[in-house]
Design a protein around this ligand. Sequence first.
Ligand SMILES: Cc1cc2nc3c(=O)[nH]c(=O)nc-3n(C[C@H](O)[C@H](O)[C@H](O)COP(=O)(O)OP(=O)(O)OC[C@H]3O[C@@H](n4cnc5c(N)ncnc54)[C@H](O)[C@@H]3O)c2cc1C
Length: 412
Amino acid sequence: MAEFDAIIIGAGIAGLTCADQLCRRGLNLLVLEAGAEAGGRIATDRHDGFLLDRGFQVFLTAYPEAQRVLDYAKLQLQRFEPGALVWRGGAFTRLSDPWRRPRHLLATARSPAGTLLDKLRIAKFRRDVLADDHGLLQERPETTTIEMLRRRGFSSAIIERFFRPFLGGVFLDHELQTSSRLCEFVFRMFSSGAAALPAGGMQAIPQQLADRLPDGVLRLNSSVKAVHQGRVELASGEQLSALRIVLATEAPAAAKLAGQPLTGGANRVACLYFAADEPPCAEPILMLNGDERGPVNNVCVPSQVAPTYAPAGQTLISVTALRWTTAEALASDARHQLRSWFGRSVDAWRHLRTYSIEYALPRQTPPAPAGVSPRIAAGVYRCGDYCDTASINGAMASGRRAAEAVIEDLER
Ligand SMILES: Cc1cc2nc3c(=O)[nH]c(=O)nc-3n(C[C@H](O)[C@H](O)[C@H](O)COP(=O)(O)OP(=O)(O)OC[C@H]3O[C@@H](n4cnc5c(N)ncnc54)[C@H](O)[C@@H]3O)c2cc1C
């Protein structure tokens, strides 16, 4: 007789979404997590009163899976100003969303980040992705993001000055080789909702799901070494049995546990945090490097978005790089580059921490995963962002689908 109806391996947002669904159905469940906390890649460290997300990331309020499951009010979501400031030729110019910020229409139209035709094409792109729903997006023709932008007629100026740093920062892919379907999905999410940070840091998102689990369901510091028919073996040697086993780890760990070859690579990122007395930008807005030079891709001031990210009277600055050699050189190179953006005040910034994350996102060049089955062997299932759009939404969607498959098979 199995000890559990289901064991889920991994307490990232995919595993937690799966666990949430299975608990609602009253299953006798166990979640095994190798790390000391739930949340996986959505993690927040506390450092001298600052909240440091492990790599800059944002929550898009339009994510349909999140809307179904999360209590937004409890997350106290703090919103970014729509659009971005683009650094180009020694000055910032604004590219805003004129539907939400009509007052910035003129500034956006005049921005040298692209031609007027480019801005009209952005409006058409927005209209096209909003006219489609996520399901239909999966059926759209697919190419790389860079190729899709070119086919849509965007000038190389706006691609280099805006799309490359903006979408490159979303996919952590400077070359924009990511599937155009992901690009369309993400553009739809940015166009129909807000980018936000929870007041308690990004980790508050998975923590909300972890807190819902009944006592004893989540076991931390429990790394799984192997999966056998109806049984898992922990690194400690302990063996546990279950009717169903869900692999909710990153792709490389899932491939290893399933005894399958690993397909697809990963995109990496580095994120540097600095503290300052004064914010370098008064607005809660994303700043993009449109200069095509230097390691910095984008900058933002999380404490301008959510004041809880810094102690009173202080400022937290986040700097993201997609291309760098060593973390040590990156800190001084980034400071050097940002001196030209913000002047000598940068010299007084205090470097808090650098996160270099090798496996940040699964690389999703075409063909992007669509309709990936959660069933991988008899009684064994999988979920994770590599099974869907590489994002919080995709991870949650895959977790829900794995739970639905488990329930269906148990009821059969
Ligand atoms: C720097 C960065 C920026 C990002 N920016 C965004 C963004 O702005 N917007 C967005 O939507 N998404 C963003 N993402 C992506 C998003 O965070 C991920 O897609 C999502 O968190 C993946 O969740 P997951 O559950 O699939 O995997 P993970 O979070 O990786 O969870 C897998 C879990 O499995 C555990 N595990 C692994 N092996 C074992 C084992 N053998 N035994 C037990 N447990 C194991 C791991 O410890 C981990 O907790 C970003 C990611 C990073 C890193």
